[in-house]
Design a protein. Structure first.
Length: 414
């Protein structure tokens, strides 16, 4: 009977344990979590989502405070088009987040950064270019392009000296998305080093519509693998979404995938950035407590716990401090919804906004409890303590459980 450890993920000349811990913004997949994966010979992700806030918390910078002060005059204005990102600050914060993580890296594994295109930051092209190039400057081993088609991302960093050396990959949920990406980048003569195929059971934003349940990860992988073979392209595929045990992983490794990307099981580890009480909510969840909804202003469906505090919360848009989801014209779907409710209830102290959420503020405060579909099984991965709470796990324990377990077994902690 095979174990994940019987396989290796080959990225160029490098051979890795074929386990990636997926990027989880905002600072849910912390540097500490990513560092464990690298130490154990796999791949960990940090995320560059809301990077100024991450460096403020971790390294005592004051980017958010300064930005809030700068745009204070606009706080009561429903028009947010004025709010722009200082590109120098963005580059500095990204370089700091990346380089400090890389300095701490030990072991033979790698650390990648998850870079979401949907963080359009009221200047999609220029901010994305800065984020990508600053991550390469900071010495990141690789960049995973996510939450978008990323048709221009390779060309945005093509002049960087590390463009052909760093590992570059993309997350897709369909063959069509991958074909678009490959076609668009054909002239650069630079293929992705890996492709993460994310199925409908993943956490965070989904690359599917409301009919997500009719899709199946293995079917999509088989289709993409056949296409790559027909095109004579040797690009490793990484399966993601709903892989809960080592045996689940082995099944994908035997059927077209060269690695797996996993996240949900690491949300209840000590190293995960979620607050301890939120980790307990993840443990407690039953299947009926999980939903896919449309409150994310990105336009993508998002999976989360139904008792997520962000749902219905009519907080004032926090763009003067954050503004990461402002599109190229300074709009965000939450602002439209919020303004509509304020106009409908002019005397209300606080409005209720059901259809969208202020994702920046709520992700920043860990009040948007996005999760994978298998979250309801987390309680089976640990022990219940005398006080009724669940024992948190170490990331090393979960990583090794994926790496060595057989027969769909899950090793409980000591
Ligand atoms: C709490 C949470 C937050 C996530 N945030 C992101 C994110 O910011 N960007 C991204 O590309 N994927 C995100 N994901 C998706 C994961 O990186 C990963 O691909 C997926 O969840 C793997 O499936 P699993 O959770 O069933 O193991 C997130 C997943 C979770 C559980």
């Amino acid at each position: 009977m095979k174990r994940v450890d019987d396989f290796r993920l080959k990225l160029g000349k490098d051979e890795l344990v074929p386990i990636m811990i997926g990027g989880m913004g905002v600072d849910i997949s912390t540097a500490e979590l990513a560092l464990v994966a690298a130490r154990l010979g796999g791949i960990g992700h940090i995320s560059d989502a809301m990077v100024h806030d991450v460096t403020d918390r971790r390294f005592d910078t004051s980017y958010i405070k300064e930005k809030t002060k700068y745009y204070k005059y606009n706080i009561n204005n429903s028009d947010k088009t004025d709010i722009k990102f200082n590109l120098e600050h963005l580059a500095d914060a990204t370089r700091m987040h990346v380089s400090k993580t890389m300095e701490a890296k030990q072991g033979t594994g790698m650390i990648f950064v998850n870079c979401m295109e949907k963080l359009t930051m009221n200047g999609p092209r220029e901010t994305l270019k800065v984020r990508l190039e600053a991550a390469l400057d900071g010495g990141i081993d690789g960049i995973t392009l996510s939450a978008g088609l990323h048709l221009s991302s390779f060309s945005l960093m093509a002049d960087h000296p590390r463009f052909r050396e760093a590992k570059l990959g993309i997350i897709v949920s369909s063959l069509r998305a991958l074909q678009l990406f490959l076609r668009k980048n054909a002239k650069l003569n630079r293929f992705p080093d890996y492709v993460i195929v994310e199925g409908p059971l993943a956490g965070g934003h989904l690359g599917f519509g409301d009919d997500w349940a009719v899709y199946d990860l293995q079917t999509i992988i088989t289709e993409i693998a056949a296409y790559l073979k027909a095109e004579n392209l040797d690009i490793p595929l990484i399966a993601a979404g709903g892989i809960f045990t080592g045996s689940d992983a082995v099944s994908f490794l035997e059927n077209g995938a060269s690695g797996v990307q996993v996240a949900t099981r690491f949300t209840v580890t000590n190293e995960c950035g979620l607050p301890t009480d939120v980790k307990q909510e993840y443990f407690k969840a039953s299947e009926a407590d999980i939903e896919v909804n449309h409150i994310s202003p990105t336009g993508y469906p998002m999976r989360m716990l139904k008792n997520t505090p962000a749902i219905g919360d009519g907080i004032r848009p926090g763009c003067e401090s954050y503004g990461y989801l402002l599109d190229g014209n300074g709009n965000c779907a939450y602002i439209t919804s919020y303004n509509r409710e304020v106009a409908a209830h002019p005397d209300a102290k606080k409005v209720v906004v059901m259809d969208k959420t202020c994702l920046c503020t709520h992700m920043r405060n860990f009040n948007c409890w996005t999760c994978g579909q298998t979250t309801y099984r987390l309680k089976d991965t640990t022990r219940k303590l005398a006080d009724g709470s669940y024992q948190l796990l170490t990331a090393e324990h979960v990583f090794r459980d994926y790496q060595f377990s057989t027969d769909n077994r899950i090793t409980l902690p000591e």
